[in-house]
Structure formats: structure tokens, C-alpha cells
Design a protein around this ligand. Structure first.
Ligand code: PRX
Length: 649
């Protein structure tokens, strides 16, 4: 059994680690037995304009739900990432920018970053952005994106970053939902040598969505393509505005519970929801987890390969590392451009000590074979991290052996957009590693497993993963829909936060995340609602009905398997399949591209008309012999027909 394989804490790592095994046990106990004292102490790790006197004020009581941390404290997130480092490390590198083109890189010091952020904060003010306004950021992975996020934080505006791979339709929906009047974008992005038409997409989004009410689009020049469309009176040029902006901008005093940012993520039903994070608890939690989980020491070069469009980019490229005065590497490109040695090349070039990436990237490299690391030594690496989806033990071993030269602990970090920071992960100097297990909770986090009725399960077992009490980085609401927040996370199991994930706990008390137990897909670490893909499909005029399920995929973890019922009279064809794939890409973005489309004359439904996804998942996974109970099907022949036609698909 892979469970039995244990990599004990390495003595060389433990020797210099911030937290040892004994310290972990002691601190963890203190954090859950006396959270006010624990977080009262660790809350001081960041700078407060007015110190808090209250620490934790939260209840998961369903009728009385309330989550507040450090509620009377006043601070500014950008001041914590910038100003407070100027005296000691103003000339130290804050961001190493590594361009898509391997010959392009530059270092930005804390002082330089501070100056740019102050200038852009003034630009935002000049354009009419006020405290509490929502600014949509639709950008490539460049320094200006970090500047834009921090500038929003500096003046108390709420940033809403939209992943650069999303389609105009998806951008439009997020702008409208966030009532955002300001957009920051770039002429084009550059990834893998290809230009991404970001500004064109923004124009299409605003044209497409009549409800969008955008006053101002600030456009950064990335490629300098002069063919980019321009709307006078609305579009303004970043470089022009920055040229005359003042570099003096006092940080806005923000209450600990004032919003810092929102970020859209997919749920099991409906449209993506705007997860809202506030300032004080988030900053404490992001910075503390960054330091302890990666065992970050001053001067370490840290590289997280995520995108700013996801929460990992927020907490572990930007806020956590910069609050800690870290050197954070910002990579514009993709791991296989110009070739699959790029990751190793970047590690060697910048002497990266800590590398944080996703299982899907590791599996893609693994498929290339170990030769993709030829010509690189990766000697500088000390700690490796994994995030976004369960890491299969084979990929874990490969990551450990090939990328990490069998000398770096791997921290498998489990968390979510909603949690703001890492909740379960082995601290490298404290916890033994098991390939495939996220192991132990971080300080203050109380995971538990429940059965479908919400009964707490004890000992070594498997169940639904819940968290029993609040931690500082937890989301506070869904933007504009607090009721949905309560319903989504606190109604399934009363008195507990429901994660949507399943997990197993072994004899040692270590957690193994098994994946989503709801209708959320995880494709290459990207979270997608089956309902979102289905509603994109049924918007096509030839589609009568669609059902979407995930199936095991070697590289992506999960692939997207689609069952489509065409409207009467429409003939199925390979061309139509291609058309539908293109359609979904246009509606959502390339990450939602269906991998398999199966024509379905009918879908398996209960007598009350509910689609039985469990059966569709089994057919997609080619596990026809494990369909389970089919007695509640309205028309069992539908299943035989789908199994029969699957073979010919
Ligand atoms: O299913 C879990 C999976 O990703 C989901 C959260 O996705 P998202 O909000 O996009 O955040 C991703 C980055 C934090 C979780 O519900 N997930 C994330 N990390 C892991 C994981 N599954 C297993 N192991 C992990 N380390």
C-alpha cells in the first residue's frame, strides 16, 4: 500500500526549520484550545495602524452565523507588503520577473515596487476610483498586475482579478455581478510565444453585456501591438498616466473587516460566485502560512507557478510573500515553452529555493520523461510544494526524485479559494510525509469527517471533509449574496463549514483528500461547475439537453465528459462536436473545453426527472459493471443505449 510509504522529517531540514515536530504539537494544541491567545500573539506579525483589542469573534451557529477577526484593528495591506520593508530591505528584490521569452527577466526592489504602487494608486484616484469600489483586473502575469492589485489595496478599492484565459462572456458576467466600473487590462498577454488578445476581449465583453457600466479601461502596453482597438473617453493608457503620477500616496486606513478583494469561483450550482476576503485576518493568515508551510527564511528565492487569476496567485505570489519581505518570482510563461526544460531552467537561472506548483504541471513533465530536466541541476531547491488537486503518489515520487533530486520535502497543501490560505499541509521540519497525503492541519484549523447525515466520524475512516471552527483567512461572504454564502457552506451540516471535498483519515490521523463530492470539476487544478458547462452547452441552438461529468484523465486529473441530446431533427456529426467544443471555449474559455462528447438520445433520470450523474460518471469512467442501484430510473433502457454507443464514440 502506498499509505505505508513514509518519508520521515529530514534532519537537515529540521535543524534549521521554523517549526519542529514538538513545536508543531505544542502550537497546534494552543491554537485550538486558546485561539484568542494564539492569534492575539500571531496577529502582531503584521503592522497595524491601530492595534486590535479583540481577536476572534465567530460562530458557526446556522441562525446566527458571524465571522470576525481582529475586528477593531486598522491596517493597510499594501503598507504591510511594501512600506514596512523600506527601512530594512528597500533595496532587496521583491519580485523577480521572468518573461515568457527566456531572455527577458528583471528584478524589482521593494523601493521600486512601492513607488510604482503609489503612483498607480494616484492614477486610480484620478480616474475616480474610491474606497469600496470594485476594480476588475484582467491581466497577464506581469509586474503591472501586482502593482494594480496592491494599488487597489492601498486606496481601499476591492480588486476582482479575472483569469486572463477567460472568455469575453465570462469577463462580462464578472464585471456585471461585481458592479465594477473600472477595468485594468493589457493590450495583449504573451504565453508560450502566443499573443492573447486581452484588450480585444474586454471590448467584446463590454459590447456583449449591455448591463456593464464601465467608465474607464486602463490599458497596459505589453506587446505594443498598435492594432488594438481604442474607445476615446473610456480607454486610457497606463504608461501615459504613470508618467505624470505622484509617487506619494498615504495608505488608506482600513478596518480589519473591510474587504480586500473578491475572486470568482465555481460552485456546484449557478453562476460563479464572488468570494469575498477581508483585510486583517487574511493578511495574518496568508503571511503566516507562507512562512511556516514553506519554511521561508529571509533571502530565500520562492517561486509559485500559479496565476494571479486564482487564489494561489493572490495568497502565495503576492500578499503572503510580500508581507514576509520575501523574494517572489513572477513567471509570465508556461512550463513547456520554449521547451519542457523551462521549469528547471528558471530554477537554475534564479537559484530558486522553494518551488510551489500543481500536480497537472508535474504530470505533464513526467509524460515527457526525466530527460526534460537534462541540462539543469536544480541544486538550489530546498522545499517543494503542490496545490490545486490531489497529487497521485506516482507524480509525488517523480516530483521528489527527478525535480527535487530526492532531497527536498514536498508540502502537499490542501485549501480553497474560500479558505484564503492553506488549511492542511505538512510543515517540512515537523511532519513526516506520505506521498498523496496533505497530512496535518495548520494552526487553528480543526478538520473533521462526517457521514452524509452530518454525524462526526472518529478514527481511521472516510467521509465528507468539514471544518469545525473559523480561522482568520476564511472568506466572509459571497459578494452581493450573503444568503447564498450561508446556504452553500453552512446549511449541509449545521454548525460546520462544508468544504465540498471528501477525505480519508488514516491510523496516524493524517488526511488524504479524495476530491470533490459535489458537482464541481477539477480540471488541471482549475475549478469548474458542471452546471456552468451545461448551461453554456444548452445555450447552443442545436442542443436540447446536456449533462457534464468528470472522468479520470492522465494529465489533467479530471477531464470533461459531456453527454449531449440534440434537438429533434439535428443530425449528430463530428463537425458538430467540434462546433460544440468551440462554443464552450467561447462561452467560458479554453479551460472548459470538453474532452469527450457523447451523443445521448436520452439521459438517465429518476421518475422525478433528476439526472442520475452517478451513472453517467460510471459510464464515462468505463466502469459499466459498477453502476450500482438503477432501480429508481424512469427508463432503464437509456443506460444500455449509452453504454452501447460509448464503445463507438
Ligand atoms: O477539491 C479541492 C482541490 O481544489 C479545490 C479548491 O479549488 P480552488 O478554490 O480553485 O483553489 C485551488 C487552490 C487552493 C478543493 O476543494 N484541492 C486544492 N488543493 C488540493 C486539492 N485537492 C487535493 N489536494 C490538494 N492539495
Amino acid at each position: 500500500m502506498t499509505d505505508k510509504k513514509v518519508y520521515p522529517v529530514q534532519p537537515d531540514i529540521a535543524k534549521n526549520a521554523l517549526v519542529t515536530a514538538e513545536q508543531y504539537e505544542h502550537m497546534y494544541r494552543q491554537s485550538v484550545e486558546n485561539p484568542n491567545e494564539f492569534w492575539g500573539e500571531h496577529g502582531k506579525r503584521i503592522d497595524w495602524i491601530k492595534p486590535f483589542t479583540k481577536v476572534k469573534n465567530s460562530t458557526y451557529d446556522y441562525n446566527n452565523l458571524s465571522i470576525k477577526w481582529f475586528e477593531d484593528g486598522v491596517l493597510n495591506a499594501s503598507a504591510n507588503c511594501l512600506d514596512r520593508h523600506l527601512a530594512d530591505r528597500g533595496d532587496q528584490t521583491a519580485i523577480i520577473f521572468e518573461g515568457d521569452d527566456p531572455s527577458v527577466s528583471r528584478n524589482v526592489t521593494y523601493r521600486e515596487l512601492h513607488e510604482e504602487v503609489c503612483k498607480f494608486a494616484n492614477v486610480l484616484k484620478e480616474q475616480g476610483v474610491k474606497k469600496g469600489d470594485v476594480v476588475t483586473i484582467y491581466m497577464p502575469m506581469i509586474v503591472e498586475t501586482a502593482v494594480a492589485m496592491l494599488a487597489c489595496a492601498r486606496i481601499g478599492a476591492i480588486h476582482s482579478v479575472v483569469f486572463g484565459g477567460f472568455s469575453p462572456e465570462a469577463v462580462a458576467a464578472r464585471i456585471v455581478n461585481g458592479k465594477s466600473r473600472f477595468v485594468v487590462t493589457a493590450d495583449e498577454g504573451l504565453r508560450g510565444g502566443r499573443a492573447i488578445p486581452l484588450k480585444k476581449n474586454v471590448d467584446a465583453a463590454l459590447k456583449h453585456e449591455s448591463e456593464a457600466n464601465v467608465d474607464c479601461v486602463i490599458v497596459v502596453k505589453r506587446t505594443g501591438n498598435d492594432q488594438v482597438p481604442w474607445t476615446e473617453g473610456r480607454d486610457v493608457c497606463y504608461e501615459d498616466l504613470m508618467a505624470h503620477a505622484s509617487a506619494e500616496c498615504d495608505p488608506e486606513p482600513m478596518n480589519a473587516e473591510d474587504p480586500l478583494f473578491m475572486l470568482y469561483t465555481s460552485g456546484s450550482t449557478g453562476a460563479p460566485k464572488g468570494v469575498l476576503h477581508t483585510t486583517g485576518g487574511y493578511m495574518v493568515y496568508a503571511s503566516m502560512t507562507h512562512q511556516y508551510v514553506f519554511d521561508y527564511h529571509d533571502g530565500d528565492v520562492y517561486w509559485c507557478t500559479a496565476d494571479f487569476g486564482w487564489v494561489t496567485g493572490h495568497s502565495y505570489i503576492l500578499y503572503g510573500p510580500l508581507a514576509n519581505g520575501a523574494i517572489t518570482l513572477l513567471f509570465e510563461g508556461v512550463p513547456n515553452y520554449p521547451d519542457s526544460s523551462r521549469m528547471g531552467q528558471v530554477v537554475d537561472k534564479h537559484k530558486v529555493n522553494i518551488l510551489y506548483t500543481a500536480p497537472t504541471a508535474i504530470r505533464a513533465l513526467m509524460a515527457e520523461g526525466a530527460s526534460c530536466m537534462d541540462g539543469t541541476t536544480r541544486d538550489s531547491l530546498r522545499v517543494l510544494g503542490s496545490v490545486g488537486e490531489p497529487i497521485n503518489p506516482e507524480a509525488w515520487e517523480w516530483y521528489h526524485r527527478v525535480i527535487g533530486n530526492s532531497k527536498c520535502p514536498i508540502v502537499d497543501t490542501w485549501w480553497q479559494t474560500e479558505t484564503g490560505g492553506i488549511l492542511i499541509a505538512p510543515l517540512p521540519g515537523a511532519v513526516d510525509l506520505k506521498p498523496g497525503s496533505a497530512t496535518r492541519p495548520f494552526f487553528g484549523v480543526q478538520p473533521a469527517l462526517v457521514d452524509n447525515e452530518g454525524n462526526l466520524l472518529e478514527g481511521a475512516t472516510e467521509g465528507n471533509l468539514v471544518i469545525l471552527d473559523s480561522w482568520p483567512g476564511q472568506m466572509r461572504t459571497i459578494f452581493g449574496d450573503h444568503e447564498r454564502f450561508i446556504q452553500t457552506y453552512f446549511s449541509t451540516y449545521k454548525g460546520m463549514y462544508f468544504t465540498g471535498d471528501g477525505a480519508r483519515r488514516d491510523e496516524d490521523g493524517d488526511y488524504w483528500i479524495t476530491g470533490r463530492v459535489d458537482d464541481v470539476l477539477n480540471v488541471s487544478g482549475h475549478r469548474l461547475g458542471t452546471a456552468e458547462v451545461e448551461s453554456a452547452l444548452v445555450a447552443h441552438d442545436k442542443v436540447a439537453e446536456a449533462a457534464v461529468v468528470g472522468y479520470p484523465h492522465e494529465i489533467k486529473g479530471q477531464g470533461i465528459y459531456v453527454y449531449v441530446t440534440l434537438i429533434q431533427g439535428v443530425e449528430p456529426s463530428d463537425e458538430l462536436k467540434k462546433e460544440l467544443v468551440q462554443w464552450v471555449r467561447k462561452e467560458i474559455g479554453p479551460i472548459a473545453s470538453p474532452d469527450v462528447i457523447q451523443w445521448a438520445p436520452g439521459l438517465p433520470k429518476t421518475r422525478s426527472g433528476k439526472i442520475m450523474r452517478r451513472i453517467l460518471r460510471k459510464i464515462a469512467a468505463n466502469e459499466h459493471d459498477q453502476l450500482g442501484d438503477t432501480s429508481t430510473l424512469a427508463d432503464p433502457s437509456v443506460v444500455d443505449e449509452l453504454i452501447g454507443s460509448r464503445a463507438s464514440n
